[in-house]
Design a protein around this ligand. Structure first.
Ligand SMILES: Cc1cc2nc3c(=O)[nH]c(=O)nc-3n(C[C@H](O)[C@H](O)[C@H](O)COP(=O)(O)OP(=O)(O)OC[C@H]3O[C@@H](n4cnc5c(N)ncnc54)[C@H](O)[C@@H]3O)c2cc1C
Length: 494
């Protein structure tokens, strides 16, 4: 088949490589000059920054993508364990290092939450159980046809804790306010609020804390480069700087797409894979009358995940108290989520995710200096938001907050400074209202009903990426590409 892929994010690159290795003739169109989508890197004044992901989890999914293409991931890329995986700092300045060694964790727990020392293991067992129950029936399943659905075991479905919320279940387990905050933050890894999202998302701690968190030497962008190399080796024709204007339905054949419109000309294809945001695909890339008004209203009502406010600081010093990954928790945690999801405002007391990759990769900053990438969860774009004005003032606010939290004289040590706002995520990557993980999982329905990897309305339109099933974040995005490989193969055989 002749296949066109729209968007060279991690999902689009992987899907293109998989489909080309199945023998299809694949063209990949990316509107930007570089591939990788939200995973980019920038170099300014001797400092290197990853602008998106900083942590790789479940690398076995990445290995599977390469295997599907008859290759080995280790020939393209290396990744290494970070230990501690993360240093958490609470508002009273207490620090908790999360190590891979359980004994070391026990002594950390003795220091900050002795009352919950045994609950820690109990909670991780519960999280492991959620993983076991959700992986086959949900995470690694395209959920497209009856036989896929029947892979769901009823007893598993009843025991994935979908009727409580992340927050309530965490509070049921832990009495330590610090551990409560620590375990609630994981639902932000798919852009949701712990106070709203189903407790099923308590599967995420198992993924990071048990299956491990990894860093890619040389920077996370090496992952995007390795997928580009894989796609090239599989025979994909990659076209950058080529925006797709429209997905064109076939006038002669119901439920069929005939190709994509590029610069006013139709580029024909037997199948289309949209790696661009699913909401934008259905609402903006199809002609006005391609979907009914009711369908479009339903799609536009899906709540987007939160966005992010990213600040990159090149500083002329090293803070000894920083690890590679650091989280500075807000002292007003519930208010933070209320601000983001209800009031649609930037949080006054933000939780700050700080990555200091120059600790692991000294070449990321000049000698004696550091590259700090800061991520704060942010609301999606609303009318009246003034992102161009807030860019500098909110950056100042974040710097000030970190100074208060012990990074003394941070402001004076800044040599390079750059921010990325939700408006930039929308403009640069076509993210729906700047969301960084597609739709939110803030309700049961939303969590389990993400846009599927094959369109229900067109037989040859497929979707992959963080805005589709099974979800956002690197491993799930790669899984969506594997799903597309399976579903196109099924179409070919049918
Ligand atoms: C700040 C930040 C931190 C993150 N941290 C982590 C982390 O630590 N770990 C983790 O696992 N995940 C993390 N994520 C999430 C992860 O990066 C994303 O889920 C993943 O990169 C998204 O990949 P995607 O395939 O959905 O494509 P996207 O990155 O969304 O790319 C889509 C591509 O489609 C292109 N496109 C859109 N419209 C068109 C068009 N009309 N024509 C042509 N091209 C088009 C865009 O330009 C873009 O290149 C983070 C994300 C962000 C933003």
């Amino acid at each position: 088949m002749k296949i066109s892929v729209i968007g060279a994010g991690l999902g689009g690159l992987s899907a293109a490589a998989i489909l080309a290795s199945q023998g299809h003739k694949v063209d990949l169109f990316e509107q930007n000059e570089t591939v990788g989508g939200k995973m980019q890197e920038i170099n300014i004044g001797g400092y290197r920054f990853d602008t998106g992901s900083s942590l790789l989890t479940m690398p076995f999914v990445l290995e599977k993508v390469f295997e599907q293409c008859g290759q080995q991931a280790s020939d393209y890329l290396e990744w290494k364990t970070l230990d501690p995986i993360c240093r958490y700092q609470f508002s009273d300045r207490t620090v908790f290092n999360h190590f891979s060694d359980p004994e070391k964790n026990r002594s950390e727990l003795m220091r900050i939450a002795p009352e919950d020392i045994d609950v820690w293991d109990e909670f991780l067992d519960y999280s492991a159980d959620l993983y076991r129950r959700t992986s086959k029936s949900f995470l690694f399943n395209p959920l497209q046809r009856f036989r896929d659905l029947s892979a769901k075991s009823i007893s598993d479905l009843l025991r994935i804790d979908a009727f409580s919320t992340v927050s309530r279940r965490v509070d049921d387990h832990f009495s330590s306010p610090r551990l409560r905050q620590l375990f609630k933050h994981f639902s932000t890894y798919n852009g949701s609020s712990p106070y709203l999202a189903p407790a099923t998302l308590n599967v995420i701690p198992y993924v990071e804390m048990h299956l491990g968190g990894y860093y890619i030497p040389g920077g996370m962008y090496r992952l995007a480069e390795s997928l580009l190399k894989l796609a090239n080796n599989c025979g994909v024709r990659v076209h950058t700087d080529v925006p797709i204007d429209l997905i064109v339905p076939d006038p002669a054949k119901k439920r069929s797409i005939s190709g994509v419109m590029i610069n006013g000309a139709l580029y024909e294809a037997d199948a289309i894979i949209a790696n661009c945001d699913a909401t934008c695909t259905y609402l903006n890339l199809l002609p006005e009358n391609a979907l009914s008004r009711i369908r479009k209203r339903k799609i536009s009502r899906m709540e987007p995940s939160c966005s992010g406010f990213v600040v990159m600081l090149g500083i002329n010093r090293i803070y000894k108290q920083l690890e590679h990954h650091n989280i500075f928790f807000s002292d007003q945690y519930e208010n933070e989520f209320r601000a983001i999801f209800e009031q649609k405002e930037l949080p006054v007391g933000p939780t700050i995710y700080l990555t200091n990759s120059s600790l692991t990769d000294p070449d990321d900053a000049p000698q004696g200096c550091s590259n700090l990438s800061l991520l704060v969860n942010a609301p999606t774009i609303e009318n009246g938001h003034q992102w161009h004005e807030w860019k500098e003032t909110y950056t100042d606010h974040i710097i000030h907050t970190l100074e208060d939290r012990g990074l003394e004289n941070l402001r004076e040590s800044v040599v390079v400074r750059k921010a990325i706002t939700p408006a930039d995520f929308e403009r640069l990557y076509g993210a729906n209202r700047g969301s960084i993980y597609g739709t939110s999982s803030n309700t049961r329905r939303a969590a389990f009903n993400r846009p599927r990897n094959k369109s229900p309305w067109f037989d040859n339109l497929y979707l992959c990426g963080g805005s589709t099933h099974p979800g956002g974040g690197i491993p799930l995005v790669l899984q969506s590409a594997l799903n597309v490989g399976t579903l196109v193969d099924r179409q070919k055989k049918s």
